[in-house]
Design a protein around this ligand. Structure first.
Ligand code: FAD
Length: 461
């Protein structure tokens, strides 16, 4: 009998019908939201507790069966692609809020809680959780990919917002890392090692999270520019003078066109556009808005409009969160590849100008949207349906990443590596650093059962 059958036999009593081998369920777990080819897992198991995750890993480790953790399945680089002879371990039913410590601004949640569910739970507490990637992602998956989003410029990424974890190791042992304190000077920082490890070192079952107080006042502003370069320079100046901006997002004219059509935005021209959000006490917010208006004027921005009306604010940010779907709707029969590159903020103008040139040269349509305060931006390359469409799109992605790396950046600011970005890891980190990562992987997971083949490229002799 194959290893997978032995493992499933051993787990049958504990999981019953929470082991699924149906075609539909395996198909749902065969891919994320990226372009990489799908692969049906041998089986899907739904875990409901840390002890159950431990039982699955202990058993699979004994039999040498690959296990890929599955949260919301929204990752974009083939992270959740399973193995045919392996298990997709779905954590989306682990949805308990374990504790809330409102006085200390932290909470502990199970890995399957989504950021939307957490913020709904916090609604009446005056607190919120700040990291906001686009899809219906889980907090376990967000830790595993070191996710961020539009508010990272002010509140940080999952790296800053995960205080501690419960993690099940490949052999089934359960460890707790970090804790509730804001700082600690003891031991290796295992929390930060697991955050961003993409399910290759252990499976996270609980997360201790940092929360933030809801700002007393919030204002939104929008502004358009004739030249993309002026918009990017606005972002760079804002960061350089240290304005404590809540969110700052750039949409180029192509992205704006897609959003106007998809989200029925009115009153905007098809031009490069910046969205801003300001958080703080009312007087501080007013001051920030005035400073921003002056920066925008210095950079030839026009039509600076601001508002503290929550409905207008929600409409605008909803349109921002829908950019991926707006891009897919922009050209029928095209797929979308979401690229992701990040550079030090002073290099952003050069990077985006270079990318615009690459996009034009490629003949492809690729709207640009960016968390520009972090030096991070995406294009959604629309893949034409022709035979060579995907290869042309990947070639453009390689050029964009190449530019970011040559400007001292990284091949991903937030989406992570998965399968899609493996080819850039050696160029970014160097051979020796990659060897250290491989050593860590081998010591945490000697039988290579945890999300095998992801993140680390095979060594080249
Ligand atoms: C429209 C759209 C917009 C997006 N915008 C952003 C954005 O702004 N910022 C951003 O950072 N990302 C963004 N993403 C990417 C994606 O939402 C994030 O990577 C998110 O963190 C993935 O969470 P998930 O729960 O869906 O994880 P999954 O896709 O299920 O898994 C991702 C990886 O983590 C592993 N994993 C999942 N759960 C666990 C666990 N409990 N323990 C260990 N490993 C685990 C998986 O094995 C896999 O390797 C976007 C995606 C889409 C589709």
């Amino acid at each position: 009998m194959a290893a997978l059958e032995h493992a499933l036999n051993d787990l049958a009593e504990m999981f019953g019908d929470r082991i699924s081998r149906s075609e539909a369920m395996r198909d749902h777990h065969a891919h994320g939201e990226g372009w990489q080819p799908a692969c049906l897992p041998g089986a899907v198991i739904f875990a409901e507790s840390t002890q159950e995750v431990s039982a699955v890993l202990r058993t699979c480790n004994q039999h040498g069966v690959p296990v890929v953790a599955f949260g919301g399945g929204t990752s974009l680089e083939g992270h959740v692609t399973p193995s045919e002879q392996g298990i997709s371990l779905d954590l989306s039913r682990m949805t308990r809020i374990v504790e809330l410590n409102a006085e200390d601004l932290d909470c502990r949640v199970e890995a399957g809680v989504t950021r939307h569910a957490l913020n709904a739970y916090l609604r009446d507490t005056g607190l919120f959780f700040s990291v906001d990637p686009g899809g219906e992602s889980t907090l376990g998956g967000m830790c595993a990919t070191r996710a961020s989003g539009t508010a990272a410029v002010r509140y940080g990424t999952m790296r800053e917002n995960a205080l501690g974890l419960t993690v099940v190791l490949a052999d089934g042992r359960i460890v707790r890392t970090g804790g509730r304190v804001r700082k600690s000077a003891t031991g290796y920082d295992l929390t930060r090692l697991f955050v961003g490890s993409e399910g290759t070192l252990g499976i996270i079952t609980e997360v201790q999270l940092r929360l933030h107080g809801l700002p007393e006042a919030i204002a939104t502003a929008v502004c358009q520019f004739d030249r993309l370069e002026d918009a990017v320079n606005t972002a760079v100046t804002t960061m350089q003078i240290g304005l404590p901006i809540g969110r700052m997002e750039l949409l180029d004219e192509v992205q704006m066109d897609a959003c106007i059509q998809y989200s029925k935005l009115t009153g905007y021209e098809v031009l490069p556009t910046m969205f801003f959000e300001f958080h703080g006490a009312p007087a501080a917010v007013r001051e920030q808005v005035e400073t921003m208006e002056a920066i925008v004027a210095d950079n030839n921005g026009k039509g600076f409009m601001w508002s503290n009306n929550p409905e207008e604010r929600n409409e605008l940010w909803k349109a921002r969160h829908n950019v991926f779907w707006a891009c897919l709707a922009y050209r029928p029969h095209h797929r979308g590849i979401a690229t992701d590159a990040v550079v030090p903020v002073s290099a952003l103008t050069e990077l985006i100008a270079g990318c615009k040139h690459d996009i034009e040269e490629s003949g492809l349509i690729a709207p640009i949207v960016g968390h520009v305060g972090d030096g991070n931006f995406h294009t959604v390359i629309l893949v034409p349906p022709e035979d060579d469409g995907l290869e042309r799109a990947l070639e453009l992605d390689r050029k964009i990443v190449g530019r970011a790396l040559s400007l001292g950046g990284a091949c991903s600011g937030e989406h992570g590596v998965g399968l899609g970005k493996k080819e850039f890891m050696e160029r970014e980190h160097g051979r020796d650093a990659l060897d250290v990562m491989r050593m860590l992987k081998a010591s945490f997971d000697p039988n290579n059962i945890l999300n095998p083949g992801k993140m680390l490229p095979d060594p080249v002799n």
